[in-house]
Design a protein around this ligand. Structure first.
Ligand SMILES: [Zn+2]
Length: 108
């Protein structure tokens, strides 16, 4: 695991400032306060997982699951939109990686 992965995944290196990590259970960025993953976190995640985009989706799916649990526990009466949560965690990397693009052979 690289130092950058440790920071993104929540394992800061001693002596270094915490980067754009999720502040649980609020799921806001610890550094910039935006909903996580913020723009900076997305850039780091895309760079770190550029050769293993499926792993990025698996990681983000786990984050989505945890975020739904955390946010529901904080405020059960305001669960928010499932579509918004899906878009926040899982739809954005599909626009930036090749792994989710469907290609057909022979015009099927
Ligand atoms: Zn941030």
């Amino acid at each position: 695991m690289t130092g950058e992965q440790r920071r993104v995944l929540g394992y800061p290196i001693a002596g270094e400032p915490v980067e754009h990590l999720p502040l649980r259970p609020l799921w806001l960025c610890r550094r910039c306060g935006q909903p996580w993953p913020c723009g900076a976190a997305k850039l780091v995640l895309l760079a770190e997982y550029q050769d293993t985009p499926v792993s990025l989706f698996l990681y983000l799916a786990g984050c989505l699951h945890d975020a739904i649990d955390d946010l529901h526990r904080l405020n059960p009466s305001e669960t928010g939109s499932a579509a918004d949560m899906f878009d926040r965690f899982l739809s954005w990397p599909a626009r930036h990686t090749r792994s989710y693009r469907v290609t057909t052979v022979g015009g099927i």
